[in-house]
Design a protein around this ligand. Sequence first.
Ligand SMILES: NC(=O)c1ccc[n+]([C@@H]2O[C@H](COP(=O)([O-])OP(=O)(O)OC[C@H]3O[C@@H](n4cnc5c(N)ncnc54)[C@H](O)[C@@H]3O)[C@@H](O)[C@H]2O)c1
Length: 399
Amino acid sequence: MFRRLPRTAAALWQRRAQSVFPICISSSRQGVPHASILATAGLFGTAAFVANRVRSQTDVTNCEATKKGNFKVCVCGGSGGIGQPLSLLMAMDPNVGELSVYDLTIAMVPPGGVAADLGHLETKVKVKGYAKSLDEKAIDVLGDCLKDCNLVLVPAGMPRKPGQTRDDLFKINAGIFNGIAKEVVEACAKYCPNAVVALVVNPVNSVVPAMAELYKKKGLNPKNIVGVTTLDCVRANKFVAEITGADPDDVEIPVIGGHAGVTIMPVFSQDKHGSKIPAKDIPALDKHVQDAGTDVVNAKNGKGSATLSMAFAGARLGKAVLAGLNGTPTTECAYVLSDVMPGLPYFTSKVTFGKNGVETVHPIGKLNQYEKERLEEAKAALKNEIQSGLDYAASNSLA
Ligand SMILES: NC(=O)c1ccc[n+]([C@@H]2O[C@H](COP(=O)([O-])OP(=O)(O)OC[C@H]3O[C@@H](n4cnc5c(N)ncnc54)[C@H](O)[C@@H]3O)[C@@H](O)[C@H]2O)c1
């Protein structure tokens, strides 16, 4: 995917991709581009298209969508295991004009170094690095980094170690005093209050309600705080494609609920390939999706959690947000303030991103009997995790 293309072919395709891609998408089906795009693009074009693909439902009805965007994006924790590849993928998005790579001065790689490296990509993006020492406050020093940002992706935080649950990370990542998510969100509230803030930092189920409620207290739009659950969809799609032999591009399993353990609820029955899997095989497949993150944590043996697949998934969500801001409404599953599930104010379902960020939070759709029972299990677990976030927000506020 990242092999260097002959310059003229790549440049030619880049012009085509940026001007033709939005016009050509006439399918309303998620993830599948119209065949004519690939035919028009040819071999090099296909490779570049795949690299830039927004794998989501798109409703392209106006010419505005043909103009590429010039958005400013920040990756907080941009020197980390997820942050570096995520920064790379966002730098490759033609809708990104400026990229801020932000991390701590104690990070393994200085964010200025990541920025210098990415600054050599032959794309239009301007990349700048920003570092903060531990004794500085984000809200005091992130003005240039965050000012006018349209999208802030936050994979900053401690990853899980073998044996830890995502919930174990809550105190560290939400922050008892001036923790990671809170200080980043506080700075966003000051410098880019209208940006979509996409939180990758775990535990998403509690951190998102905590931060969204703090936004609400501050008079800001809590729907600007979005929990990134895309990796669950990516995994479900991959596993179903492996089992059924379908093209992964043609599989679109919604994963609803939340982003930890039993709250991760793939709805296999709503996809044409997933629905063909025998009912007896579904519980094990469901568990495989739930445990996939832990499988990676264990396979990395204490040296990290999912980073590359998470960067892929985070970029898919980031690209969807930017496509929406640029006039092409785009749908992905995400964990947001929601009224689709009575009693659960935060829930993952399909969300359409538009010119103002979160535009529509969609109902969960039809479930079969197994899924109805699973939903009850997911709801019970999610309720407690949301409550931890609400309790945190009740006793904290943003500066
Ligand atoms: N949502 C998901 O699906 C998903 C999947 C995998 C990992 N995660 C979460 O993503 C987070 C990052 O994981 P990783 O593997 O990249 O970890 P990592 O340790 O490799 O990188 C984290 C980066 O965040 C930086 N950082 C820490 N505190 C910061 C602060 N206050 N401000 C700015 N930067 C700060 C660190 O210096 C480091 O560079 C973890 O919380 C992990 O649990 C989420």
